[in-house]
Structures are given as structure tokens and as C-alpha cells.
Design a protein around this ligand. Structure first.
Ligand SMILES: Nc1ncnc2c1ncn2[C@@H]1O[C@H](COP(=O)(O)OP(=O)(O)O)[C@@H](O)[C@H]1O
Ligand SMILES: [Mg+2]
Length: 449
């Protein structure tokens, strides 16, 4: 059941890139690999140099590099790709496999050497093995223990990161969903590694993400600006021009404040947003509407997600609403639509000091595992939300409170980044709008704009 990626708990097809000097052979390989259900080709290149640009923008899971490449050679290209995006699996394809080649390739961070001609099954098999290895070493450990410290994947201070696409969903309103999305977004954006983080307001019923982040009531850019945009034009510069950047560095796509504009957004606009976010950001957060499962765009975001946060307050009404949402999330129909319920995690939010269901009671009812600690009710959260003219989120203001500690706990349970557990956020950049270095490379090395 399901394709290879789904069976491994991944949300989608594997995204491959092919790099081969022989265009005809590459096209034939692309046709063969896309004949099945498991893989899509996100890019091709005939030179190592061109490959780097494609890798930076399209974030393939796997790059198939042909050994015949010259200047830069396949192994040099492999090293550069791994510096740029350390999580990538690079496989070398060759006419002349040998033990020496395998050793050399391995030292460059290559995960598999595949003799040509290879078959669909060979690639699927290599993916399965790379995936299992990563699982064994922790899903997020990309620099692998067998590599020597001088190998490229160790070039930066951090070994990260599988892309995280996080959907926040709640069966009822007022549980603090938008508050969590905005504060998690700011927290992720402020970590020192400089991962690229975006937050998208898909809650068209109760628009609030932009306001929560202290953006103006009519933000400079909203989802309405994406209507009619040609998907093919969505490179990094174009996408950034269609987003608003919060002071923390978080990229934000607010929903339109005008309800008429909201009704006029066609399905392909949502699809374009989802695809652009997936291509360009390391961490994406979606604020989804309450009881959103009947809306196609919410469902599309959920299907794309790596983590779905089901957020409830521990009170009677929320717990009974959770029951309905659970039945839907686990239904056969949702499965048929390609949704994997194993990515749903329960978040207990706004836990009052007194008089609530005990957490143990909630957990008895929930069919989803909890993630992070329960987050306490704290009136200061509301007070510090969207009142600040300089746009600081509560997480920056309330850093030492139990509320902030529990939000950080949630954050690092989603993306295990060391800084998130230290309870510190780095100093905000001097100017958030300063041009950033392209690519993950500079940021992983700790260069700041
Ligand atoms: N942990 C918390 N403690 C106290 N108030 C909170 C907490 N989280 C959110 N709030 C407040 O609850 C209200 C609803 O939050 P919001 O994020 O808009 O909910 P939702 O998006 O689920 O409708 C807001 O006034 C917000 O400031
Ligand atoms: Mg909301």
C-alpha cells in the first residue's frame, strides 16, 4: 500500500535530480525513473556547476551524479552539493565500478555507487538503504558517523536538516493555534543556524497570523498577490517579493484582510504557494482553519506536511471536538486522499492552573501521541501579542517563563536544533532586510548577513 516514500513515512514522492554529461542517456533515465509511482525528477543538469543552482533551489532528496562529469568532477560536485545542502543523498553512477572508487566516493560523502546501466529497482533500493541508515543514526543526523571529521558534511557547526512542513490544526477556535504558529515561527527563525523559515496563513476564516506578528492590518503582501502568478516564475527572488519578512527573519504570507479577496483565491494559487514553500524553505508552518478538513487547500497542505499539530485546550468541549477530528483524520477516506495519520501529534495548549481535565484524562482519549510538554495558560501571552509597535513576539519577551519553556520544548521536539534547548535566542540581525547569502552554505558556516 502506498508508494515507497509513503511506506517509509515520508509524505510524498522522492525528489530526484540527475546530473549527466550525456543528455540522451539522462533523458532515458528520467523516463524510466518516473514511470513508477515513487519518484519525480525535480531537475537535471549536464554540468556540475549548473547542478549546484538546481540543488539550492529545488532541494532534491537524491542527486544521481554521473562519474563521467569533468571540471568539476563528479566527486568535487558531490562535495559541493553536500556543503550546500548537507541532507542530500548523493549517489554516483558509473560504467566502471571498483572498490577504490567506492572508497573515494564514500570519503566525499556519496551514499551509494551504482553500476550503469541501473534499473528502477536499483535506485529504489539505494534510497531505502540511505533512509534506513539515517533512521538508525537519528532522522536529523545528516553527517554520518562513518565519515571522517574532515569530510564535507561536517563543514558547519550543525548537522541538520530534513525539511519540516508543519500544519497547525485545531478542531475548535481560540485554542491558541495562531499564537503557536507565530511564536514557533519566530523561534525557528531566530536560531543561530539561520534556517529559512516561512509561516503561511491559510486560516481564511479567522485571519490573524499577520496581526499576531505585528504586521499592519493591510500587509504589503498577502495571498491575494499570488493570484494569477505564473508558477514557472516562482524562483527565490520572486517568492520573497511575494512575502513579508518579520524582524526575526521569519518570512510570512498573511491572508488578505478583505473577505471578498479571500473568496476569490483559486485552487491553483494554493497549489503554487505550497509548492513554492516546499521548494525554498527549510521549515514551513501553516496556520490552517478550524475544522478545515473539508477544504481542498487545507487538505493539500496537510498531505504535504511532515508534522500535523492537533492543538486542543484540555477542557470538555475541546476534548469532545477532538474526537470528531480524530475520526476524520483516521478515516479510510483521508487515507485514500493520501493522508498519513501517523504524522499527527497532539499539542495541549492553554492548560489552566485549576479546573481542567487532567492531562492524563486527555491522553486516555487521544489516539495521537502528545508532542512537547503541555503549554500553560499565561495571561501575559495575550498582553504581549500584537501590541508591540516593534513587532517582538511573546516568545522573545517572555523567554524565562514556563510558557516559553514549553513552546521551546515543542519546537525542539519538531526540529531538534541544539540552540532551541539552551533557552536562548540569538540577537536579532541588525537589519532583517539586509540581503542574505544565497543558499544554506554560508549560513551553515555561521556567516551572518
Ligand atoms: N498559552 C496561552 N495563555 C494565555 N492566552 C493565550 C495562550 N495562547 C494563546 N492565548 C490567547 O488566546 C487567544 C486566542 O489565541 P489564537 O492564537 O488567536 O487562537 P486560534 O488561532 O486557535 O483561534 C488570543 O487572545 C491569544 O493571545
Ligand atoms: Mg487563529
Amino acid at each position: 500500500m502506498g508508494n515507497l516514500a509513503e511506506r517509509m513515512g515520508m509524505p510524498r514522492r522522492w525528489r530526484l535530480m540527475l546530473v549527466d554529461g550525456d543528455r540522451t542517456a539522462m533523458d532515458a533515465a528520467a523516463r524510466m525513473l518516473t514511470a513508477g509511482d515513487d519518484m519525480t525528477i525535480v531537475g537535471t543538469a549536464t554540468h556540475g556547476h549548473d547542478a549546484l543552482g538546481v540543488v539550492a533551489d529545488y532541494r532534491p532528496d537524491v542527486v544521481l551524479l554521473d562519474q563521467g562529469l569533468a571540471r568539476p568532477s563528479a566527486l568535487e560536485t558531490a562535495q559541493r552539493i553536500l556543503k550546500l545542502v548537507p541532507g542530500t543523498w548523493v549517489f554516483l553512477t558509473t560504467q566502471t565500478p571498483s572498490v577504490e572508487l567506492w572508497q573515494e566516493a564514500k570519503a566525499s560523502g556519496v551514499r551509494a555507487v551504482l553500476p550503469k546501466p541501473y534499473t528502477y529497482a536499483d535506485i529504489a533500493d539505494a534510497i531505502t538503504r540511505a533512509h534506513d541508515e539515517d533512521q538508525r543514526h537519528g532522522a536529523y543526523a545528516v553527517g554520518r558517523p562513518e565519515q571522517t571529521p574532515s569530510s564535507p558534511a561536517f563543514a558547519g557547526p550543525v548537522r541538520t536538516v530534513r525539511q519540516e512542513i508543519i500544519c497547525a490544526f485545531s478542531p475548535k477556535g481560540g485554542v491558541g493555534k495562531s499564537t503557536l504558529v507565530s511564536n514557533l515561527g519566530v523561534l525557528f527563525a531566530l536560531q543561530r543556524v539561520g534556517l529559512r523559515v516561512a509561516a503561511v496563513d491559510f486560516d481564511l476564516a479567522t485571519v490573524s497570523l499577520g496581526v499576531q506578528l505585528g504586521l499592519p492590518k493591510r500587509p504589503a503582501r498577502t495571498l491575494a498577490d499570488w493570484v494569477g502568478v505564473d508558477a514557472a516564475s516562482l524562483d527565490r527572488a520572486r517568492v520573497e517579493s511575494l512575502l513579508v519578512q518579520h524582524e526575526s527573519g521569519l518570512w510570512v504570507l498573511p491572508a488578505p484582510s478583505n473577505p471578498i479577496d479571500r473568496m476569490r483565491i483559486p485552487p491553483e494559487t494554493f497549489t503554487n504557494v505550497i509548492e513554492a514553500m516546499r521548494r525554498l524553505y527549510d521549515i514551513v508552518l501553516y496556520d490552517l482553519p478550524t475544522s478545515s478538513l473539508d477544504r481542498d487547500y487545507a487538505l493539500a497542505a496537510m498531505k504535504d506536511a511532515t508534522t500535523v499539530l492537533l492543538i486542543i485546550k484540555p477542557d470538555t468541549e475541546d476534548v469532545s471536538a477532538m474526537d470528531d477530528a480524530t475520526n476524520l483524520l483516521m478515516s479510510e477516506e483521508m487515507r485514500r486522499l493520501g493522508f498519513d495519520p501517523s504524522k499527527v501529534k497532539l499539542v495541549i495548549n492553554r492548560r489552566p492552573k485549576h479546573g481542567a481535565h487532567s492531562i492524563a484524562d486527555v491522553m486516555q482519549v487521544s489516539r495521537f501521541p502528545a508532542i512537547g510538554q503541555p503549554i500553560p495558560e499565561d495571561p501575559r501571552v495575550r498582553r504581549h501579542t500584537n501590541v508591540e509597535e516593534h513587532g517582538k513576539a511573546p516568545i522573545e519577551r517572555l523567554g524565562s517563563t514556563p510558557w516559553a519553556a514549553s513552546v521551546r520544548s515543542l519546537a525542539r521536539n519538531i526540529v531538534p536544533i541544539a540552540e532551541l534547548s539552551e533557552g536562548k535566542v540569538r540577537r536579532r540581525p541588525e537589519k532583517a532586510k539586509a540581503p542574505r547569502r544565497a543558499g544554506l552554505f554560508g549560513r551553515l558556516r555561521g556567516d551572518r548577513p
